[in-house]
Design a protein around this ligand. Structure first.
Ligand SMILES: Nc1ncnc2c1ncn2[C@@H]1O[C@H](COP(=O)(O)OP(=O)(O)O)[C@@H](O)[C@H]1O
Ligand SMILES: [Mg+2]
Length: 327
C-alpha cells in the first residue's frame, strides 16, 4: 500500500451470476467490474465517471462490502476489508458511509428525519448515551444547514436539496473516514447542485473526509474531484489527476466524454470534436469481446484493438488503457 493512502483497491472484480436462459445451458456471468485498482488519500476526493452501466456503483459498493466481490483486495487503513469476518466488518462500518442519488427512496418515508439521522448512532455507536446521541443529532442538523425544529418532519416535507442534506447528516453521524457519494446531486436542479457540492467540500475540509465520488457529469467531477478514474464496461480506461484529465485526456473515450459535456469550456479536446454523447452502445457485459472494450465505438480503432486487450499503463501524469492514446 502506498504511504498516505486511506483506501487502496487492487484488482477488484465483481460478477453477477444471472438466471439460466434455458434448462440445458449454464448460468450466464455478468462481468460488472473487472480488475479495478485505485487509491484514495485522506481528505481527498476520487471521482468515478462513466456512462450508466459502466460499473461505478458496483465498484464502490464492493469496495465497502455492501456487495460481494469476486476477487481483489481493498486495503482500508492497512487492513483488507474483503478478508474481515462479520464482526470485524461491523466495527469498520461506522467509517464507511454512503450518500445515494435519490434521497427520497433512500430515506424511510414513515420516519421523522431526526430519527433517520439518529439511526446510525443507535446502531454503530453503542458506547454513547442516549443524551449524547440526541445532542449529536442536533449538531448534525446545524452542520448541514437544517434547523433543529425540522427534526420532527418527515422526508416528504422537504425539498430535494434539503432531503439530500438529511442524507449527508445521516452519513456523517458516526464520524466516518470514507464517504461514498453515489451521484449525490444528479437528481437536483443545477443551482441546488452547487449548494450541495459546496456543503460537501466544506464538510470535507472541516472533518478531513475522503470521498469516493460517483458521477456521470463531468462538470460536477471537475468541481469536486482531485483524481478521476474513467470507467468503461467495468474497467478503468483512464486514471489521472483532475488538471491532466481535463487539459489533456489520453483515452479516446475520455476525449469523447469531454467533447460531449455541455458545461465544460474545453469541448474541443485533443482534436476530437464531436457533438452529442458517444454514439452507439457499449458491448454487453454478459459477452465481453476480446481486445479493447471501446473498440466498437472508437474513432481511432486499429486491427490490434480488436485482438489485444490494452492494459492500464502509466502515461504522462496518469494511466491509460489504450494501444493508441491521444498525444
Ligand atoms: N444486482 C445486480 N445483478 C445483476 N447485474 C447487475 C446488478 N447490479 C448491477 N448490475 C450490472 O452491472 C453493470 C454495472 O452496473 P452499475 O455498477 O450499476 O453501473 P453504473 O453505476 O456505472 O451505472 C451493469 O451492466 C448492470 O446491469
Ligand atoms: Mg450507478
Amino acid at each position: 500500500m502506498t504511504a498516505g493512502t486511506l483506501l487502496d483497491v487492487k484488482d477488484l472484480s465483481v460478477r453477477f451470476v444471472m438466471p439460466r436462459r434455458s434448462p440445458f445451458g449454464g448460468r450466464p456471468m455478468l462481468h460488472a467490474v473487472r480488475d479495478v485498482s485505485f487509491s484514495l488519500r485522506p481528505g481527498r476526493t476520487l471521482g468515478l465517471v462513466g456512462e450508466s452501466g459502466s460499473g461505478k456503483t458496483t465498484t464502490a459498493m464492493a469496495a465497502i462490502r455492501l456487495l460481494e466481490a469476486h476477487s481483489g483486495a481493498v486495503m482500508f487503513d492497512g487492513v483488507d476489508l474483503l478478508k474481515l469476518d462479520a464482526e470485524a466488518m461491523r466495527r469498520h462500518r461506522r467509517h464507511l458511509q454512503v450518500i445515494f442519488q435519490d434521497p427520497y427512496s433512500s430515506l424511510n418515508p414513515r420516519e421523522r428525519v431526526g430519527a433517520i439521522v439518529r439511526e446510525p448512532l443507535d446502531l454503530m455507536m453503542p458506547g454513547t448515551s442516549r443524551a449524547e446521541r440526541t445532542e449529536r443529532v442536533g449538531e448534525l442538523f446545524g452542520l448541514v444547514g437544517l434547523r433543529p425544529d425540522q427534526m420532527a418532519l418527515f422526508p416528504h416535507q422537504f425539498s430535494g436539496g434539503q432531503r439530500q442534506r438529511v442524507s449527508i447528516a445521516r452519513a456523517l453521524a458516526t464520524n466516518p473516514r470514507l464517504v461514498v457519494c453515489d451521484e449525490p446531486v444528479s437528481a437536483l436542479d443545477v443551482a441546488i447542485q452547487a449548494q450541495i457540492l459546496n456543503l460537501l467540500r466544506r464538510l470535507q475540509d472541516e472533518y478531513g473526509l475522503s470521498y469516493l465520488f460517483i458521477s456521470h457529469d463531468l462538470g460536477v467531477v471537475q468541481f469536486i474531484c482531485d483524481d478521476i478514474a474513467v470507467m468503461y464496461l467495468g474497467q478503468i480506461v483512464e486514471y489521472s489527476d483532475r488538471p491532466s484529465l481535463f487539459s489533456r485526456p489520453r483515452h479516446p473515450y475520455t476525449a469523447a466524454l469531454l467533447a460531449a459535456a455541455p458545461s465544460l469550456a474545453r469541448r474541443k479536446s485533443a482534436g476530437y470534436v464531436r457533438e452529442g454523447a458517444v454514439k452507439g452502445d457499449p458491448p454487453s457485459p454478459l459477452n465481453i469481446p476480446p481486445g479493447c472494450a471501446f473498440a466498437s465505438r472508437c474513432p481511432r480503432v486499429q486491427p490490434k484493438c480488436l485482438k489485444e486487450r490494452p492494459l492500464l499503463v502509466r502515461d504522462g501524469g496518469g494511466s491509460v488503457a489504450c494501444h493508441y492514446p491521444l498525444a
